[in-house]
Design a protein around this ligand. Structure first.
Ligand SMILES: Cc1ncc(COP(=O)(O)O)c(C=O)c1O
Length: 427
């Protein structure tokens, strides 16, 4: 594969952008080499700057569930652009966006739109604190909720301790307001509630954790979280930035019959443009300014272009219900992969359009501790071989693959065959 132009662009970028990238994982540090530069994408495929064609299994990290350049989205964006790029004021698109989201989440009353998933979770935590009058937040080791100070933390050495920051630049006092429990571990949550229960404003969790592998949780564990938060007058926040509209027209919590107090959304609801939103009942959402005392705002919040792309995407999902087909496609990949290799560790966790390869003879992990070094080592060893064969995967073995409506059975069968062949060459 010739990637001279991508390499030259990355060298230039490295001189002008920290690490050459605007979001760290794009720098390919885990898998080695330098990133390919996207030139143009359509459907399940893209061309890079050197003219190489790839099947895209990253899909911009999840927003593009319809695939690149879906006609309904492109048309909606063109129509919105023709009317104006940004108003910083009220417009009909916001009303339509809110009603479309609430059509999918009829158990709630109100939605506020913002510009990223990070903002959505950050604002939901502020609302939880404002609503409960409490300060602490409980999150889970291995959950990612965006790059703001309070949640950029992981467990300290003792679990009952406060969190340590994952990043320099986060004041210790802020990290101390976050408690970190273990996924799939009721006792770790109970211990933190016993120690800090009166102070916990909210428990925040990805109900389908998909940022550190795909760590499918037991339904009973999520029900336990619903129960313990209710008993302590804390809010339960489901961060559905990835899982929202991913497995159904609505949320993953709905599939489990669990109703959190707030849901945060992003990715799919912007159809590929910057977006985030929080959804909840009126009594909680109305603590937001200008009704209530919790401030939250944004120059470009409710931007007409993002919302038009999001509404168009959600309507296609509602009208075409691609979910059974996406689920079947993930299962087809898992089956084809098994058939294509003699290795025993070609295993795949699939949840709707999300897939994660667990390249080891282990139980599917439910927490980061269950992920063995083999899983990432084998992924890293085959990464560039797959790239050379025309398959673009997220550049990390603990990131999930995203399928879209544009992927065909042939696309996933081709990936399965290639992965199988590569696995046969690995230890
Ligand atoms: C579950 C979850 N929450 C929040 C975020 C942050 O969203 P954004 O990158 O749009 O700020 C992400 C991003 O991947 C995510 O996966």
């Amino acid at each position: 594969m010739n990637n001279e132009k991508s390499k030259a662009l990355f060298a230039k970028a490295a001189a002008t952008i920290p690490g050459g990238v605007n979001s760290p994982v794009r720098a390919f540090r885990t898998v080695g080499g330098t990133p390919v530069y996207f030139e143009k994408a359509q459907g399940s495929r893209f061309l890079d700057a050197d003219g190489n064609q790839f099947i895209d299994f990253c899909n911009s990290w999840g927003p593009l569930i319809l695939g690149h350049g879906h006609p309904a989205v492109i048309e909606a964006v063109h129509a919105a652009v023709d009317k104006g790029l940004s108003f910083g004021a009220c417009h009909e698109g916001e009303v339509e966006f809110a009603s479309t989201v609430l059509e999918a989440f009829p158990e709630y009353d109100k939605v506020r739109a913002m510009n990223s998933g990070t903002e959505a979770v950050m604002s939901a935590l502020r609302v939880a604190r404002g609503f409960t009058g409490k300060d602490k937040i409980l999150k889970f080791d291995g959950g990612y909720h965006g790059h703001f100070d309070g949640l950029l933390v992981k467990a300290g050495s003792g679990l009952a301790t406060f969190a340590m920051s994952d990043s320099q630049g986060v004041p210790e006092d802020i990290a101390r307001t976050t408690l970190v429990a273990k996924l799939d571990d009721e006792a770790s949550v109970t211990a933190l509630f016993e120690a800090h229960g009166d102070d916990i404003a909210a428990v925040v969790i990805e109900p389908m954790p998909a940022n550190n592998g795909l760590l499918v949780q037991r339904k009973e564990f999520l029900e336990f979280l619903r129960d313990i938060t209710t008993r302590h007058n804390s809010l339960l926040i489901f961060d559905e930035v990835i899982s929202g509209f991913r497995l159904k027209f609505g949320g993953y919590g709905q599939m489990l019959g669990i109703r959190p107090d707030l849901v945060t959304l992003g990715k799919i609801i912007g159809g590929g443009l910057p977006v985030g939103a929080m959804v909840g009942p009126a009594n909680i959402m109305d603590v937001l300014s200008p009704v209530g005392p919790v401030y939250q705002a944004g120059t470009l919040s409710g931007n007409p272009i993002s919302l038009a792309a999001g509404v168009a995407t959600m309507k296609v999902l509602r009208d075409e219900n691609p979910y059974p087909a996406l689920q079947a496609m993930g299962e087809y990949f898992a089956q084809k992969l098994k058939e294509s290799t003699s290795s025993t560790w070609a295993r795949v966790v699939t949840m709707g359009s999300v897939m994660w390869m667990v390249l080891d003879d282990i139980e599917f992990p439910r927490s980061p501790a269950g992920i063995t070094p083999n899983v990432t080592r084998r992924f890293n060893e085959m990464y560039w071989k797959l790239m050379n064969r025309g398959f673009y995967l997220p550049p990390s073995g603990v990131e999930v693959l995203f399928l879209s409506m544009a992927h065909t059975k042939e696309d996933v069968a081709a990936l399965a065959a290639a992965v199988g062949e590569e696995l046969d060459t690995l230890q």
